[in-house]
Design a protein around this ligand. Structure first.
Ligand SMILES: *Cc1c(COP(=O)(O)O)cnc(C)c1O
Length: 386
């Protein structure tokens, strides 16, 4: 009998979501209509930020945020290698240089001490990533940023609803970016958001989303020619998001608490099942954080196992578990290798990469599926316990 395939992540749409989309399809606006503002306002409210800018996807959000931070040629920006390539690519888009700081071996998040070691007089910004949904040590990071006059752009793609010292992550850094890809906490198909408390940054972000064009007469550099007038003042992009997507986002956002509660319930089951299980190290949480739990990453205690990650990973896949690895250190990719990054620059990240496996976690998982994951994972690991 083949066992049911359980993916590592999946969206959860209901009738209300479908109706919201259909209603927008029947409205006057498919894009650049009222749903965008509504989604932005509700999202900003939810993460306790003053401003939110909805945008085409999470990568565009990072591109816009690094632009608004004034990143340019010759600048250095510090980020983590344990992230999706987009976090670092957003630095390269501006012909600036990503500098990789190492991760904390316990939380897997960027280590503030390593950040400070990597600062030079070219450093302009820091992009900490709230990996798996656990907030980084933001007090330390903001303090370093203050000391060296750097902008902090938090990549919160994993962290909608995560809390740092009781504060939602959308308002801790200078800017925080989010993604609404279907595996993330809420989805718009493709979509992203940048949140900030700064009106100045907000104004830059809004224009960047639409070609650098403004229709606000109070901002015009030249005199208006008439009612049709608008001005392109910078080089922006078409990074608009549609009303159809935002209608879905609004409807999804209404369920965020339910989604988070379910993710945290599943994590508790996993923690219980694996905390004393030989060969598995469960993710450690900082005392002052409340993770949004985008991913559940187990670390293999290789000294206590007779197989390596590759072998165990293959076995888990053979058991129809949609396990994955998040992430290949960014600078291992051929593109980065060609840019001259060498292995060895972040030993903790590289060591971690040899040991991590992401197991399924998404709110729609049934109790039975959770149990299946636990049982199948234990069965595989048990084979290799010494
Ligand atoms: C998903 C993700 C992104 C990119 O988001 P997209 O919406 O896919 O462009 C960026 N950073 C991290 C850490 C992500 O997980």
């Amino acid at each position: 009998m083949t066992e049911e395939f359980i993916p590592y992540g999946s969206q959860w749409l209901d009738e209300q979501d479908l109706e919201a989309v259909v209603e927008t399809l029947k409205s006057d606006y498919l894009t650049t209509g009222p749903k965008i503002n509504e989604f932005e306002e509700k999202f900003a409210d939810y993460v306790d930020a003053e401003y939110a800018v909805a945008i085409a996807n999470g990568t565009a959000a990072l591109h816009a945020a690094t632009y608004a931070a004034g990143i340019g040629e010759g600048d250095e920006v510090i980020t983590t290698p344990i992230t999706f390539a987009a976090s670092a690519n957003s630095i390269l888009y501006h012909n600036a240089t990503p500098v990789f700081a190492d991760v904390d071996p316990d939380t897997y998040n960027i280590d503030p001490e390593s950040i400070e070691e990597k600062i030079t007089d070219k450093t302009k910004a820091i992009i900490p990533v709230h990996y798996t949904g656990q907030p980084c040590e933001m007090d330390e990071i903001m303090e370093i940023a203050d000391k060296y006059n750097l902008t902090v752009i938090a990549d919160g793609a994993h962290a909608v609803g995560a809390e740092y010292k009781g504060q939602k992550v959308g308002s801790v850094a200078d800017m925080t970016t989010f993604s609404f890809h279907p595996v993330k906490h809420i989805t718009t198909g493709e979509g992203g958001m940048i949140t900030t408390d700064s009106k100045d940054l907000y104004d830059i972000l809004i224009k960047f989303r639409t070609h650098g064009i403004t229709k606000e007469s109070s901002e015009y550099i030249n005199e208006s020619h008439g009612p049709w007038y608008h001005e392109q003042q910078k080089l922006g992009y078409n990074y608009r998001i549609t009303d159809i997507q935002c209608a879905l986002g609004i409807s999804q956002l209404e369920k965020i608490d339910k989604f988070l509660t379910r993710r945290r319930e599943i994590v508790e089951e996993y923690n219980k099942a694996f905390s004393d299980f030989e060969g598995i190290i469960i993710p450690e949480q900082l005392r002052n954080t409340n993770s949004a739990w985008h991913l559940y990453v187990i670390q293999l205690d290789l000294e206590k196992l007779s197989a390596d990650r590759k072998e165990i990973f293959k076995d888990l896949r053979n058991k129809n578990l949609g396990v994955n690895v998040h992430y290949i250190p960014v600078y291992y990719h051929p593109y980065y290798q060609e840019l001259g990054y060498e292995k060895g620059i972040c030993p903790n990240a590289e060591n971690l990469y040899e040991r991590i496996i992401t197991i399924p976690l998404y709110p729609k998982m049934s109790d039975q599926q959770v149990e299946e994951v636990i049982n199948r994972a234990k069965e595989v690991i048990r084979k290799y316990q010494k």
